[in-house]
Ligand binder design. Structure first.
Ligand code: TXA
Ligand code: MG
Length: 315
């Protein structure tokens, strides 16, 4: 890897880098992704090496539209109904189409592929300019917080990865991941597309995957999205020496304070979550206390990320 990256100034510049087999961090509506040409095995390998990501953890294949996705996975009628949410923050795990031009490392040897059509127009333009799907995990070293701005990506990788700047991410948490298994829809990861919204559109309920169930997202480690500081959840206020991440009312506190949403708006809270954890983490505090967040709607994804951030760390 070169010392300092030359950042692409346009979608065409970024596409040229991808065509050369280089990695490019790209904006999506959820979080920034660390992208590679999904058909280039060396480039995909470089994603795993750059992130320090275990090779058993497969990547999402980002497509420009549904017809492109159909070249790589097989849609059942039920899966096609879920694709109504594209472009958008929803990833579908579907059977891989035989002969799909995606290197095996992308799916980590599974016979399914995770596909999504991102909502950020710059991401779709980049895929169109490349002419093929882009494999991309979130653009963070494995286990760290996902980035929602280009500046965060630059700092997470010490400015060694070229970043296409598309502004701050609108959603701020990763996509919701659903697997379609026969006639059943299972949620593998809560995310920016609230489960209750999909259930309402589909007219059926969606089960949450169990950790020991037949299908899981291999990347859903208990401790993940971890800031450096220790986290204390459902805290009505900070204790001495703690920073506080508020939601709604703010307590009087001497320590560092961020408010996810003074008006208790869950969309605003999701958008602010990682950036504020990054900011409080950068304050060199040892502990961050977090206000209770309601569990409904987007609250499911926010609480999921907070629970992982608070979990005991891997060595
Ligand atoms: O919003 C997002 O989804 C962002 C942006 C960049 O698109 N991407 C993202 O990728 O969050 P990543 O790699 O951080 O998370 C992808 C998750 C992992 O937990 C992985 O295990 C799971 O998707 N996954 C990928 N392929 C899978 C498959 N075939 N079966 C089950 N889970 C899969
Ligand atoms: Mg990730």
């Amino acid at each position: 890897m070169q010392q300092r990256a030359n950042h692409p100034q346009s979608v065409q510049d970024a596409a040229a880098l991808l065509r050369q087999g280089r990695l490019v961090a790209l904006p999506t509506e959820t979080v920034y992704g660390l992208g590679a040409d999904a058909a280039n095995a060396d480039a995909v390998l470089a994603i795993y090496e750059t992130k320090g990501r275990p090779r058993f953890n497969p990547l999402i294949v980002h497509c420009a539209d549904l017809p492109m996705a159909e070249g790589f996975v097989i849609f059942s009628p039920l899966a096609r109904r879920l694709a109504q949410f594209w472009p958008g923050p929803l990833t579908l795990v579907l059977p891989r189409r035989p002969g799909a031009q995606v290197c095996d490392l992308v799916s980590a040897g599974l016979d399914t592929l995770a596909v999504r059509v991102p909502g950020h127009p710059m991401a779709r333009d980049l895929i169109l300019a490349l002419g093929r799907p882009i494999a991309a995990p979130s653009a963070n070293p494995s286990g760290r917080l996902s980035p929602t701005t280009a500046a965060q990506v630059r700092s997470l990788f010490e400015d060694r990865v070229p970043v296409l700047d598309g502004g701050p991410c609108l959603a701020g948490v990763e996509s919701t991941i659903l697997a379609v298994v026969g006639d059943e829809v299972v949620q593998l990861r809560a995310g920016a597309m609230p489960r209750d919204q999909i259930e309402a559109a589909l007219g059926r309920s969606i089960a949450q995957a169990k950790a020991d169930g037949p299908i899981t997202a291999p990347g859903m480690l208990k401790s993940h999205y971890a800031p450096r500081a220790q986290m204390r959840l459902h805290a009505v206020g900070p204790e001495a020496g703690e920073a506080y991440l508020a939601f709604g009312d703010e307590p009087v506190t001497a320590g560092p304070l961020c408010n996810l949403s003074p008006s208790r708006d869950l969309r605003e809270a999701a958008r602010n979550l990682f950036a504020m954890l990054h900011a409080l983490d950068a304050e060199a505090v040892d502990r961050i206390a977090v206000a209770p967040i309601p569990p409904e709607g987007l609250g499911e994804a926010i609480n999921d990320r907070l629970t992982r951030a608070a979990a005991p760390r891997h060595a």
